[in-house]
Design a protein around this ligand. Structure first.
Ligand SMILES: [Fe+2]
Ligand SMILES: [Fe+2]
Length: 167
């Protein structure tokens, strides 16, 4: 096998992490739609698709090395969403955890002199910088614009614009 068992296990875990992220964003999109945040709903739906693409990237990498990938079970997201701001806070926390998980695989790959995995994961490092920055910027909007109904409507419009950008 072209990569170690250790790295393979971490990559399989990462497939699960990306799948769960996609599933979580899909839930948030649905919650936003039902609560009248149409812009946020499209934004999170696109984000869900992006996370699925991340999962597929890892599967493709393993396939290129002629290694079977394990498709994990996904977790049911907690159904206790209370506000758009809370959804964005949880998203940022999750993205930070994803960044840590990527760092862990890179650390292991570097220790094992696994240059190809190290190189493959570089894309994910850039992506995570963007993802954290994105949710930090959105959360900042609540401080700048406010949290009353009109302010949240404005933020929903901003998310609508962002959803066109990323798609
Ligand atoms: Fe991701
Ligand atoms: Fe992400």
């Amino acid at each position: 096998m072209k990569i170690s068992k250790n790295i393979l296990q971490l990559l399989h875990e990462q497939i699960g992490i990306e799948a769960n992220a996609s599933n979580y964003y899909l839930y948030v999109s649905s919650w936003c739609k039902v609560n009248g945040y149409d812009g946020a709903s499209s934004f999170f739906q696109n984000h869900s698709t992006e996370e699925r693409a991340h999962m597929l990237k890892i599967i493709q990498y393993l396939n290129d090395l002629k290694i079977d990938s394990v498709i994990p079970q996904i977790q049911k997201p907690s159904q206790k969403m209370k506000s758009l701001e809370q959804a964005c806070k949880i998203s940022l926390d999750n993205e930070r955890k994803v960044s840590q998980a990527i760092d862990k695989i890179i650390n292991t790959a570097q220790k094992e002199n696994d240059h190809r995995t190290n190189f493959f994961l570089e894309w994910f490092v850039h992506e995570q910088i963007e993802e954290e920055d994105l949710f930090e910027s959105i959360l900042q909007k609540f401080d700048v614009i406010g949290r009353d109904k009109l302010a949240i409507h404005e933020i929903d419009k901003i998310l609508e614009k962002l959803s066109h950008k990323s798609s």
